[in-house]
Design a protein around this ligand. Structure first.
Ligand code: DGL
Length: 275
Protein backbone atom coordinates (compact mmCIF):
# COMPACT_ATOMS: atom_id res chain seq x y z
CA UNK A 1 0.00 0.00 0.00
CA UNK A 2 1.10 3.55 -0.74
CA UNK A 3 2.59 5.01 2.43
CA UNK A 4 1.50 8.53 1.52
CA UNK A 5 -0.64 9.42 4.55
CA UNK A 6 -3.27 11.10 2.42
CA UNK A 7 -4.41 7.80 0.96
CA UNK A 8 -4.20 5.73 4.13
CA UNK A 9 -7.47 4.22 5.39
CA UNK A 10 -9.47 4.86 8.54
CA UNK A 11 -9.77 1.70 10.70
CA UNK A 12 -13.17 1.04 12.30
CA UNK A 13 -14.15 -1.86 14.54
CA UNK A 14 -17.09 -3.24 16.49
CA UNK A 15 -18.15 -6.57 17.95
CA UNK A 16 -20.33 -7.02 14.87
CA UNK A 17 -22.41 -5.03 12.44
CA UNK A 18 -23.28 -2.20 14.85
CA UNK A 19 -20.29 -0.10 13.85
CA UNK A 20 -21.69 0.01 10.32
CA UNK A 21 -23.97 2.79 11.63
CA UNK A 22 -20.78 4.78 12.33
CA UNK A 23 -19.17 3.74 9.04
CA UNK A 24 -22.28 5.03 7.22
CA UNK A 25 -21.99 8.46 8.87
CA UNK A 26 -18.24 8.63 8.20
CA UNK A 27 -18.73 7.82 4.54
CA UNK A 28 -21.49 10.42 4.25
CA UNK A 29 -19.24 13.12 5.67
CA UNK A 30 -15.93 11.90 4.23
CA UNK A 31 -16.76 10.07 0.98
CA UNK A 32 -13.23 10.07 -0.39
CA UNK A 33 -11.69 8.42 2.68
CA UNK A 34 -10.97 4.69 2.41
CA UNK A 35 -12.12 2.54 5.29
CA UNK A 36 -11.21 -0.81 6.85
CA UNK A 37 -14.09 -2.29 8.88
CA UNK A 38 -13.55 -5.17 11.31
CA UNK A 39 -16.58 -7.03 12.75
CA UNK A 40 -15.56 -9.37 15.58
CA UNK A 41 -18.64 -11.53 15.09
CA UNK A 42 -17.13 -14.68 16.55
CA UNK A 43 -17.17 -12.84 19.90
CA UNK A 44 -20.42 -10.85 19.60
CA UNK A 45 -22.04 -9.77 21.89
CA UNK A 46 -19.32 -7.94 23.81
CA UNK A 47 -21.90 -6.54 26.23
CA UNK A 48 -21.83 -9.48 28.64
CA UNK A 49 -18.05 -10.04 28.52
CA UNK A 50 -15.46 -8.96 31.06
CA UNK A 51 -13.54 -5.70 30.64
CA UNK A 52 -10.26 -7.70 30.45
CA UNK A 53 -11.50 -9.88 27.62
CA UNK A 54 -12.75 -6.86 25.64
CA UNK A 55 -9.35 -5.16 26.13
CA UNK A 56 -7.58 -8.24 24.69
CA UNK A 57 -9.87 -8.32 21.63
CA UNK A 58 -9.64 -4.56 21.09
CA UNK A 59 -5.85 -4.53 21.27
CA UNK A 60 -5.52 -7.39 18.75
CA UNK A 61 -8.00 -5.80 16.33
CA UNK A 62 -6.20 -2.44 16.62
CA UNK A 63 -2.87 -4.13 15.79
CA UNK A 64 -4.50 -5.85 12.81
CA UNK A 65 -5.84 -2.52 11.48
CA UNK A 66 -2.54 -0.73 12.10
CA UNK A 67 -0.71 -3.46 10.17
CA UNK A 68 -2.95 -2.52 7.25
CA UNK A 69 -1.80 1.10 7.65
CA UNK A 70 -4.87 2.55 9.35
CA UNK A 71 -4.16 6.23 10.05
CA UNK A 72 -6.77 6.55 12.80
CA UNK A 73 -8.86 4.02 14.72
CA UNK A 74 -12.57 4.45 15.39
CA UNK A 75 -13.78 2.24 18.23
CA UNK A 76 -17.31 2.09 16.80
CA UNK A 77 -18.64 0.21 19.80
CA UNK A 78 -19.79 1.77 23.06
CA UNK A 79 -18.97 -1.42 24.92
CA UNK A 80 -15.38 -1.62 23.63
CA UNK A 81 -14.96 2.11 24.26
CA UNK A 82 -16.16 1.70 27.84
CA UNK A 83 -13.86 -1.26 28.45
CA UNK A 84 -10.79 -0.47 26.38
CA UNK A 85 -10.50 3.09 25.06
CA UNK A 86 -8.20 4.31 27.83
CA UNK A 87 -6.15 1.11 27.63
CA UNK A 88 -5.80 1.47 23.84
CA UNK A 89 -4.69 5.10 24.15
CA UNK A 90 -2.05 4.05 26.69
CA UNK A 91 -0.92 1.05 24.64
CA UNK A 92 -0.67 2.99 21.35
CA UNK A 93 0.30 6.52 22.44
CA UNK A 94 1.09 7.70 18.89
CA UNK A 95 -2.22 6.66 17.38
CA UNK A 96 -5.40 8.77 17.28
CA UNK A 97 -8.49 6.97 18.56
CA UNK A 98 -12.10 8.09 18.35
CA UNK A 99 -14.40 6.27 20.76
CA UNK A 100 -18.09 6.27 21.61
CA UNK A 101 -19.74 7.53 24.78
CA UNK A 102 -23.50 7.71 25.34
CA UNK A 103 -24.74 11.14 24.19
CA UNK A 104 -26.02 12.14 27.62
CA UNK A 105 -24.70 15.70 27.26
CA UNK A 106 -26.85 16.84 24.30
CA UNK A 107 -29.80 14.94 25.76
CA UNK A 108 -29.47 16.68 29.15
CA UNK A 109 -29.07 20.10 27.49
CA UNK A 110 -32.21 19.78 25.38
CA UNK A 111 -34.71 17.74 27.40
CA UNK A 112 -37.86 19.64 28.36
CA UNK A 113 -39.31 17.03 30.70
CA UNK A 114 -36.00 16.36 32.45
CA UNK A 115 -36.39 12.61 31.89
CA UNK A 116 -34.09 10.85 29.42
CA UNK A 117 -33.92 7.17 28.41
CA UNK A 118 -30.58 5.50 27.72
CA UNK A 119 -30.29 2.17 25.86
CA UNK A 120 -26.90 0.44 26.13
CA UNK A 121 -25.24 -2.86 27.03
CA UNK A 122 -24.55 -3.97 30.64
CA UNK A 123 -20.80 -3.44 30.13
CA UNK A 124 -21.35 0.12 28.92
CA UNK A 125 -23.49 0.96 31.96
CA UNK A 126 -20.91 -0.58 34.31
CA UNK A 127 -17.91 1.24 32.82
CA UNK A 128 -16.18 4.30 34.28
CA UNK A 129 -16.84 6.24 31.05
CA UNK A 130 -20.61 6.14 31.55
CA UNK A 131 -20.27 7.01 35.25
CA UNK A 132 -18.18 10.03 34.32
CA UNK A 133 -20.62 11.18 31.61
CA UNK A 134 -23.49 10.90 34.08
CA UNK A 135 -21.58 12.79 36.76
CA UNK A 136 -20.52 15.58 34.40
CA UNK A 137 -23.71 16.16 32.45
CA UNK A 138 -26.76 14.57 34.06
CA UNK A 139 -26.90 16.47 37.35
CA UNK A 140 -30.37 17.91 36.73
CA UNK A 141 -32.00 15.12 34.75
CA UNK A 142 -33.41 11.72 35.56
CA UNK A 143 -31.80 8.98 33.47
CA UNK A 144 -33.76 5.77 32.89
CA UNK A 145 -31.57 2.91 31.68
CA UNK A 146 -32.31 -0.34 29.89
CA UNK A 147 -29.97 -3.00 28.47
CA UNK A 148 -32.48 -4.29 25.86
CA UNK A 149 -31.41 -7.90 26.43
CA UNK A 150 -31.17 -9.81 23.15
CA UNK A 151 -31.47 -6.76 20.86
CA UNK A 152 -27.86 -6.89 19.62
CA UNK A 153 -28.35 -10.55 18.63
CA UNK A 154 -31.61 -9.71 16.81
CA UNK A 155 -29.83 -7.03 14.79
CA UNK A 156 -26.93 -9.41 14.10
CA UNK A 157 -29.55 -11.79 12.65
CA UNK A 158 -30.86 -8.99 10.44
CA UNK A 159 -34.19 -8.94 12.27
CA UNK A 160 -34.82 -5.20 12.29
CA UNK A 161 -38.60 -5.20 12.63
CA UNK A 162 -39.84 -8.68 13.55
CA UNK A 163 -42.06 -9.37 16.55
CA UNK A 164 -39.24 -10.38 18.92
CA UNK A 165 -37.27 -7.21 18.16
CA UNK A 166 -40.40 -5.12 18.67
CA UNK A 167 -41.20 -6.86 21.98
CA UNK A 168 -37.69 -6.19 23.34
CA UNK A 169 -38.03 -2.52 22.46
CA UNK A 170 -41.57 -2.17 23.77
CA UNK A 171 -40.57 -3.68 27.12
CA UNK A 172 -37.72 -1.19 27.39
CA UNK A 173 -39.50 1.89 26.12
CA UNK A 174 -43.07 1.67 27.45
CA UNK A 175 -42.07 2.04 31.13
CA UNK A 176 -39.84 4.97 30.13
CA UNK A 177 -42.72 6.64 28.29
CA UNK A 178 -44.90 6.26 31.38
CA UNK A 179 -42.27 8.16 33.34
CA UNK A 180 -42.20 11.05 30.87
CA UNK A 181 -39.09 10.68 28.70
CA UNK A 182 -38.81 13.11 25.79
CA UNK A 183 -35.36 11.95 24.62
CA UNK A 184 -33.73 8.56 24.00
CA UNK A 185 -29.95 8.16 23.84
CA UNK A 186 -28.74 5.23 21.73
CA UNK A 187 -25.71 4.01 23.69
CA UNK A 188 -25.00 1.03 21.44
CA UNK A 189 -23.97 1.34 17.81
CA UNK A 190 -26.26 -1.52 16.77
CA UNK A 191 -29.38 0.39 17.80
CA UNK A 192 -29.55 3.08 15.06
CA UNK A 193 -30.62 0.26 12.74
CA UNK A 194 -33.89 -0.05 14.65
CA UNK A 195 -34.64 3.69 14.89
CA UNK A 196 -37.78 3.30 12.70
CA UNK A 197 -39.39 0.91 15.24
CA UNK A 198 -38.15 2.93 18.21
CA UNK A 199 -39.71 6.06 16.72
CA UNK A 200 -42.94 4.16 16.02
CA UNK A 201 -43.15 3.06 19.67
CA UNK A 202 -42.23 6.37 21.29
CA UNK A 203 -43.96 8.68 18.80
CA UNK A 204 -42.66 11.75 17.02
CA UNK A 205 -42.61 13.84 20.22
CA UNK A 206 -39.61 11.89 21.57
CA UNK A 207 -36.18 12.71 20.15
CA UNK A 208 -33.92 9.74 19.41
CA UNK A 209 -30.21 10.58 19.45
CA UNK A 210 -27.94 8.60 17.10
CA UNK A 211 -24.36 9.59 17.97
CA UNK A 212 -22.86 8.51 14.62
CA UNK A 213 -22.93 11.93 12.86
CA UNK A 214 -21.14 13.53 15.84
CA UNK A 215 -18.51 10.77 15.75
CA UNK A 216 -17.98 11.40 12.02
CA UNK A 217 -17.51 15.12 12.76
CA UNK A 218 -14.92 14.25 15.40
CA UNK A 219 -13.07 12.03 12.89
CA UNK A 220 -13.11 14.95 10.42
CA UNK A 221 -11.73 17.35 13.06
CA UNK A 222 -8.91 14.97 13.98
CA UNK A 223 -7.92 14.33 10.36
CA UNK A 224 -8.00 18.08 9.68
CA UNK A 225 -5.89 18.96 12.69
CA UNK A 226 -3.29 16.33 11.79
CA UNK A 227 -3.50 17.25 8.06
CA UNK A 228 -4.38 13.64 7.28
CA UNK A 229 -7.49 14.13 5.15
CA UNK A 230 -7.47 12.12 1.91
CA UNK A 231 -6.91 14.26 -1.18
CA UNK A 232 -7.68 11.87 -3.98
CA UNK A 233 -10.11 12.60 -6.85
CA UNK A 234 -12.33 9.51 -6.32
CA UNK A 235 -14.53 7.84 -3.70
CA UNK A 236 -12.69 5.86 -1.05
CA UNK A 237 -12.81 2.07 -0.91
CA UNK A 238 -14.26 -0.04 1.90
CA UNK A 239 -12.71 -3.34 2.96
CA UNK A 240 -14.67 -5.55 5.33
CA UNK A 241 -13.26 -8.19 7.67
CA UNK A 242 -15.22 -10.52 9.91
CA UNK A 243 -14.18 -13.15 12.40
CA UNK A 244 -17.65 -14.68 11.96
CA UNK A 245 -19.35 -16.15 8.91
CA UNK A 246 -18.52 -14.24 5.74
CA UNK A 247 -21.79 -15.01 3.95
CA UNK A 248 -23.87 -13.96 6.96
CA UNK A 249 -22.02 -10.64 7.11
CA UNK A 250 -22.34 -10.07 3.37
CA UNK A 251 -26.07 -10.86 3.49
CA UNK A 252 -26.57 -8.18 6.13
CA UNK A 253 -24.83 -5.40 4.20
CA UNK A 254 -27.69 -4.58 1.78
CA UNK A 255 -30.15 -4.62 4.67
CA UNK A 256 -28.10 -2.32 6.88
CA UNK A 257 -26.26 -0.12 4.38
CA UNK A 258 -28.31 -0.50 1.22
CA UNK A 259 -25.36 -1.83 -0.77
CA UNK A 260 -23.46 -5.04 -1.35
CA UNK A 261 -19.87 -5.74 -0.34
CA UNK A 262 -17.38 -8.56 0.11
CA UNK A 263 -15.84 -9.51 3.42
CA UNK A 264 -12.66 -11.39 4.26
CA UNK A 265 -12.67 -14.09 6.95
CA UNK A 266 -10.27 -13.47 9.84
CA UNK A 267 -9.25 -16.22 12.27
CA UNK A 268 -8.41 -15.86 15.94
CA UNK A 269 -5.60 -18.04 17.30
CA UNK A 270 -4.28 -18.56 20.83
CA UNK A 271 -2.16 -15.45 20.56
CA UNK A 272 -4.57 -13.14 18.82
CA UNK A 273 -5.50 -12.65 15.19
CA UNK A 274 -3.76 -14.96 12.68
CA UNK A 275 -2.88 -13.11 9.52
N1 DGL B 1 -22.20 -2.28 19.08
C1 DGL B 1 -21.89 -2.50 20.40
C2 DGL B 1 -21.96 -1.35 21.35
O1 DGL B 1 -21.95 -0.27 20.91
C3 DGL B 1 -21.70 -3.84 20.87
C4 DGL B 1 -22.78 -4.56 21.51
C5 DGL B 1 -22.34 -5.93 21.95
O2 DGL B 1 -21.54 -6.56 21.28
O3 DGL B 1 -22.82 -6.34 22.99
O4 DGL B 1 -22.05 -1.45 22.51
Amino acid sequence: MNKNENVLPIGIFDSGVGGLSVLRAIREQLPIESVLYFADQIHVPYGQRSMEEICIFSEAITRFLLNLDAKLIVVACNTASAAALLFLRNTFPNISFVGMEPAVKPAAENTQTGVVGVLATPATFQGALYASVVERFAGNVTLLQDTCTGLVQQIERGDLNGSKTRTILESALNPMLERGIDTIVLGCTHYPFVIPIIQEIVGSGVRVIDPAPAIARQVTRLLDSSKNRANVPSFGSVQYFTSGEVTRFETLLPKLLGETGEAMKIFWGKNGICS
